[in-house]
Design a protein around this ligand. Sequence first.
Ligand code: BES
Ligand code: ZN
Ligand code: ZN
Length: 502
Amino acid sequence: MKFSTVATFEKRKQADLLAIPFWKVKKKVEAASTVSDFKAYAKVPLELKDFKGSEGEIVTVYPQNGNKEKRYVLLGLGDKDKLTVESLRRAYAKLVSFCQSKKDVKDLNLLLPQGSELTENSVAQGVAEGLLLSNYSFDKLKHDSLKKDPAQFIEKVIFIGASKKELAIANKAQAICEGVYTARDLVNGNADDVTPQTLASTARSLAKKFPSIKTTVFDKKRIEKEGMDLLLAVSRGAAVDPAFIIMEYKGAPKSKETTVVVGKGVTYDTGGLNLKPTGSMETMKSDMSGSATAFGTIVAAATMGLKANVTAVVAATENGIDSNSYKPGDVYSSYSGKTVEIGNTDAEGRLTLADALAYSVKKLSPTRVVNFATLTGAMVIALGSETTGMMTNDESLAEKFSEAGEATFERVWRLPLFKEYRDQLKSDIADINNIGGRDAGSITAGIFLQEFVEKTPWVHFDIAGTAYLSKARRYNPKRGTGVGVRLMIEFLENLGKKTAKA
Ligand code: BES
Ligand code: ZN
Ligand code: ZN
């Protein structure tokens, strides 16, 4: 999607559609733009009660003088005094699905709503994000149906009368959404296509594309040499080799601060010898969503030229099943030296993350470590698909991420890591067990991870419920959402702002 501006309403060029925003002011519907007299177009729809101005409501009118656009779309935004960035995202996502249903709509002339409580910048951001996040579909695996019914995307959006700043904000949203699309594509791809080697080569090609990115990949031999025996244990049942991927983005070369983003990269989770039953395995190509978020964050940062240092770390492997699989009851050692009794081979994510986290804190001198993982089914039970679970050893990180969650509407909710939960992970043969029973399943997984970060400020996001949707919702498509990318960028940008002020 390409954004541009035109100075005035009169100077606008031809497009497939003109979108005119309307909102409700004390129950009366009013045009949210005054560059021309739009009320006339809404007269009949309002009289017939075909248009009420509710959020995302759409009515098409066909102007007599339709020489620039054949269609005008009246787009409802809901109550003017309740307008938020999120309500704009939702309303403009509805506009995109309307355009996609029309099949011939590629270029939009668009009027930004003016005169609400929101700043002009926030309006531009909400509108652009709503358009961008919903202008996505994953069709790589379709052949015949795509020929008959090709996916329709919006290619050009022209903001009428918008300032340079508003355009810059839309372009920044575009850069961030490149990261979201990257994450979604990686999650949606076939597990047999998105293997640890695919993740490694994606990381390598990103380093080729962006001079600000440096990629290092450890192959199986190097992983053995490093002593990442937990990652190796998980990978034993798979036909594909594991890969340990480090992707460094340097946007603030003079600063010593680095945020390490560790992502769970289990490219398929069968459960291993503790095999998952039918009904629980079918979505498990999404078990690398955490790594997709880490990659997406790097792509977004590099595309927008974010002034911060971010390193993505992914211990990628499949959790397959084979006569060589790692065994429940056996003990394996981690990169940190701690030994782990395997209570269940389906609790594999925390094993791979343990090695990735231990390596990160030992070798990458991070200021803070943030990890994203589709870690526990218990998380889906607790918070569903609306909210990501957050666990952390740092109060200030909790606060900052809660704020970033509100701003992006990638909302997070904190769960405690009280030390008393550690008892559930006791082992009488090793330092720790990888399972802690059904009670507080998401928390004991978090407690397990914490053992491998020690004192480093750290946040764990369990995205088991939010990374993959069984139904499209608002501006999120069905399947991979790319959750976490916008959250991370918002957090990193705010860090910069706060240090600049201090
Ligand atoms: N990848 C799963 C968690 C998951 C479940 C993600 C549903 C998304 C949707 C993870 O590896 C897993 O299987 N966890 C087990 C842990 C248990 C054996 C302690 C679980 O949650 O059942
Ligand atoms: Zn599992
Ligand atoms: Zn898993």
